[in-house]
Ligand binder design. Structure first.
Ligand SMILES: Nc1ncnc2c1ncn2[C@@H]1O[C@H](COP(=O)(O)OP(=O)(O)OP(=O)(O)O)[C@@H](O)[C@H]1O
Ligand SMILES: [Mg+2]
Length: 376
């Protein structure tokens, strides 16, 4: 329901915040308030979250009339009560500093920069250059990128389905994301198990919806993680009806039975040997993500050392041989992160050789064994 200007005055709600001043008389009149539209407190799928303010001066009049007398400080929310009831605006600047009262002379500004991109900017922008090694994979990615940028050019020869396989933590998910980022494509990530519904028919509907959305927001990379969870070889499966239904729906999408232009499916598994043969045969290419080599481990160490919030002062080269068999994830999440936390707990200004040594010692010996070529 949309209320109009003629509606009765409704008192303004402000977010109860630690910063709200209890002694109202203390708040000085605001010289300037800057607001950013942030959306509804409850997300409603069909309601558009962005607002379009065309006349900034008119908005200022509207806002002032509505929120006159409210006491706010930075980070507080003001809720619209009229045109878009309950739409929230956050105070991102208030002058003078501290709690201020919106008054007759207050200038109210609206900050509309990057409104549309706001949900997107929260995702980290990993690039292919951040992925160390895997050059054969990157070659394929370049073709997929070209297709996503200009799908018309490929006709029947479009890249459709690619399988990323290999040891956990070697960069499969990261590479798929980076690929989508490179060409600003949509990235839809689903875990295979999430595709299996509770009721018969749910699963195939989910797959259908997934690909419909993917086609609508093309160019799109559909990333199906843990594919083996649903696409197990029949000899390993006690075939549940709903699982084979999902597999069949997936097969028809992968066959491109309907026009999915500008959509590429990348699926990931730790072990392709487990996959159902019908599914496995749909992938035009299987790309192996191997454990990093000596030089790649050094590069991974050096590149993540640069992003640590504390400077690292340790002989990284000396660690390379000792972490043979570590994946990129092991290096970042187990070795460097543990070393960083040790340094922080000691209030040390740097991460030192000793911190890295101690973390390495604590890491379960199990992971330091090279897994070797598990999948050939
Ligand atoms: N080759 C690499 N270059 C740079 N960073 C890497 C590399 N491999 C792994 N990493 C780091 O490890 C993290 C985990 O990697 P990622 O999640 O992509 O692995 P995965 O192969 O998808 O693992 P899983 O099979 O468990 O899903 C990445 O986000 C990244 O920080
Ligand atoms: Mg992954």
């Amino acid at each position: 329901m949309i209320q109009t200007y003629l509606d009765r005055w409704v008192p303004v709600k402000t977010k109860p915040s630690k910063r709200v001043v209890t002694d109202k008389d203390y708040a000085r009149p605001a010289r300037l308030i800057q607001l950013r539209p942030v959306g509804f407190p409850i997300r409603e799928m069909h309601r558009n979250l962005s607002v379009n303010i065309e006349n900034i001066e008119l908005f200022e009049l509207y806002a002032k009339e509505q929120w006159m007398g409210s006491i706010v400080s930075i980070d507080d929310y003001l809720f619209d009560q009229r045109v878009i009831p309950d739409f929230a605006y956050q105070v991102i600047r208030a002058l003078p500093s501290g709690a201020v009262k919106i008054a007759e002379n207050t200038i109210i500004e609206i900050d509309t920069t990057d409104l549309k991109q706001e949900p997107k900017t929260k995702t980290t922008k990993i690039r292919l250059a951040d992925v160390i090694g895997h050059n054969h994979v990157k070659k394929k990615c370049r073709i997929v990128m070209r297709y996503l940028e200009d799908s018309e050019q490929f006709g029947d020869w479009a890249p459709r389905n690619v399988l990323f396989y290999g040891t956990p933590g070697t960069g499969k998910t990261m590479t798929a994301k980076a690929l989508a980022n490179e060409v600003d494509a949509s990235f839809m990530m689903v875990r295979a198990t999430d595709l299996v519904g509770e009721f018969v028919g749910d699963g195939s509907k989910r797959i259908h919806d997934l690909y419909s959305t993917a086609a609508e927001s093309a160019p799109t990379v559909v990333f199906i993680d843990e594919l083996d969870a649903i696409a197990l070889d029949r000899s390993f499966q006690s075939v549940r009806g709903d699982v084979s239904e999902v597999v069949n729906a997936l097969l028809s999408e992968m066959d491109g039975l309907r026009e999915n232009r500008g959509v590429v499916t990348i699926a990931a598994t730790n072990n392709p040997m487990l996959l159902d043969k019908a599914i496995r045969s749909r992938f035009e290419e299987e790309l192996n993500f191997k454990i990093p080599t000596d030089s790649e481990r050094l590069e991974i160490l050096q590149s993540y050392a640069r992003t640590l919030p504390l400077p690292l002062d340790a002989d990284l080269k000396g660690f390379v041989k000792r972490i043979k068999g570590f994946s990129g994830r092991d290096i970042k999440e187990k070795l460097l992160k543990a070393a960083l936390y040790k340094a922080m707990l000691e209030d040390s200004k740097t991460v030192t050789q000793r911190h890295v040594e101690e973390s390495l010692k604590e890491i379960d010996l199990g992971i330091s064994k090279p897994p070797g070529e598990m999948f050939i």
